[in-house]
Design a protein around this ligand. Structure first.
Ligand SMILES: Cc1cc2nc3c(=O)[nH]c(=O)nc-3n(C[C@H](O)[C@H](O)[C@H](O)COP(=O)(O)OP(=O)(O)OC[C@H]3O[C@@H](n4cnc5c(N)ncnc54)[C@H](O)[C@@H]3O)c2cc1C
Length: 494
């Protein structure tokens, strides 16, 4: 299909580098446009691809300078990935950690937001080809498409071990975890019940540790009170890491703390244990095949596949190599940042895939690029300022470190919470998340325990009441004490 965009530049790009005079009312005094005329041709088409942490900051900075730009993303929302594990474990709802991109950029009239997924990049024609068949031409491209999962040469594992990257992933994982407990409640076979309540998490980085801790608390502190036949508190949760320790990006002391705290929560932690195989309902590691109800993948990350399409040099993780101004090496008007880029830090190592790296890069690039476009000044080199690394294990248990300054326990947990609330986009989200955390802290409740329509079991294999009666054996006492009658999942509305 012929593009609707080729030769037809979208409105914001068409309108030149400054918003119309009437639009100034939308800008604060501080953000009023400098008088200088743009150095680049008025019709230059600038496209930011990806509205994650990096892309959003670039758009904000160019918007503040009144520079016309198109921000293209396949999702209509900016997602706060660091709290995605809380959606996957029923602690928060998806809407708590996502904000419509249009709303975030509403005040910047020179920024046009477009929804669309890019399939390929044609560098010779300077065009983006979208999945819907349309094309978008560009003069400047800022690639900020983030990362995706890597299954280390075992793409088949993706079917049985979903990773966590989008809201859809989180909702699917939440439904799978909750369904496993529902199935355990209904079965009469003790082995099957144990299998359903066995969860394996592959990868001992921050995401794996956070998932393991949160699932342990979900089963032991929250679900344990609500089931009659199954015993969620006895759920087996395994964290499997190929390297010598969990949280390898932290110091050994922090790793040990996280390891010990996970074990106190009842998580089985395996280190120096590469996974050998993953199939439907089973995982193999250390020469043993273990029946499982759910496997989650938190191990490998690779750059967005679009990075390789620039035709420039990439590293082993597929990240495109950029210079200190974030210009893609060997290309003139193409820049990359965030998880999609390999930026060499002051220590000679690539900067880590962190939200704060992407955010700082986006902000720095946006500012210096705006000056470059307006005044013709050269792009300034970026220097990363680490603000510390943090990960949470569970209630009152977290790690925080910055250089030689290290915190664990209650105070690190509080710091983690404050940092994450502060970084959320939008006051409403900050307030809602704080209130929900407070409520959860006081009640041990998790408010987002929904299995939504698309994930519901298709049929009921056995009359639930009969199964429940057969299963009452080991829980009869508890059930009668609470005066509980056994009901189906549907009756309880879970
Ligand atoms: C579960 C999880 C937990 C994390 N926890 C932390 C943490 O605690 N602290 C921390 O600092 N970092 C954390 N990170 C890492 C952090 O989220 C990333 O480093 C950061 O999001 C990178 O920002 P980015 O702008 O490069 O990419 P992203 O934020 O991933 O944004 C990329 C954007 O590009 C869009 N996009 C991708 N491909 C296309 C396409 N083909 N067409 C159109 N649009 C496209 C996506 O929709 C997305 O909006 C976590 C990541 C995950 C997945």
């Amino acid at each position: 299909m012929r593009s609707r965009f080729v030769g037809q530049v979208p409105a914001a790009v068409r309108s030149g580098m400054r918003p119309k005079s009437g639009s100034r009312t939308a800008l604060s005094a501080r953000e009023e446009l400098p008088p200088a005329e743009p150095v680049v041709p008025r019709a230059s088409r600038i496209i930011i691809l990806g509205a994650g942490f990096a892309g959003l900051e670039v758009a904000r900075e160019l918007g503040k300078a009144g520079i016309s730009v198109v921000l293209l993303d396949r999702q209509n929302h900016h997602l706060f990935q660091p709290l995605l594990y809380q959606v996957a474990t029923a602690a928060l709802s998806a809407a708590d950690i996502a904000e419509p991109i249009r709303k975030v950029l509403r005040r910047y009239e020179s920024v046009q937001v477009l929804l669309g997924e890019v399939k390929s990049i044609d560098m010779s024609a300077r065009q983006l080809h979208l999945v819907d068949g349309s094309c978008l031409g560009f003069d400047y491209l800022i690639l900020a498409t983030g990362a995706t999962h890597s299954y280390f040469g075992n793409p088949g594992w993706a079917r049985f071990a979903p990773g966590l990257k989008t809201i859809a992933d989180a909702r699917r994982i939440r439904a799978s975890a909750l369904l496993a407990f529902e199935r355990a409640e209904r079965t009469t076979d003790p082995e099957e019940q144990a299998r359903q309540m066995t969860i394996a998490i592959v990868g001992g980085g921050p995401t794996g540790v956070e998932l393991a801790g949160s699932l342990a608390e979900l089963s032991r502190l929250t679900l344990a009170r609500d089931f009659r036949s199954a015993r969620p508190e006895a759920a087996r949760i395994m964290l499997i890491e190929a390297g010598p320790r969990v949280l390898p990006a932290f110091s050994e002391k922090m790793s040990k703390y996280a390891h010990d705290r996970l074990e106190r929560l009842g998580v089985e932690v395996y280190t120096r244990t590469p996974v050998e195989n993953i199939e439907k309902d089973s995982i193999t590691f250390g020469g043993n095949t273990i029946p499982v109800g759910l496997v989650l993948w938190a191990a490998g990350v690779a750059a967005s596949p679009l990075a390789a399409q620039l035709g420039a040099q990439t590293d082993r993780a597929g990240r495109v190599i950029v210079d200190d101004t974030m210009r893609v090496k060997g290309l003139t008007n193409v820049f990359a940042m965030g998880d999609a880029a390999h930026f060499t830090g002051e220590d000679g190592q690539p900067l880590p895939g962190l939200a704060q790296v992407a955010k700082q890069q986006g902000r720095h690039f946006g500012r210096t690029f705006a000056r470059h476009l307006r005044q013709g000044t050269p792009l300034e080199p970026f220097v990363y300022h680490g603000r510390g690394n943090t990960a949470i294990v569970g209630r009152h248990a977290a790690v925080f470190e910055q250089g030689r300054f290290k915190l664990t326990g209650w105070i690190a947990w509080l710091s983690w919470a404050i940092i994450h609330v502060y970084l959320l986009v939008g006051f409403q989200h900050r307030l809602m998340v704080s209130l929900q955390w407070l409520w959860r802290y006081l009640t041990f409740e998790r408010g987002a325990r929904l299995i939504t329509d698309e994930h519901l079991e298709p049929s009921v294999p056995e009359p639930a009441q009969a199964v429940a009666r057969a299963n009452m054996g080991h829980r009869t006492e508890a059930a009668s004490r609470e005066g509980a009658s056994v009901s189906t999942a549907a009756e309880r509305g879970s």
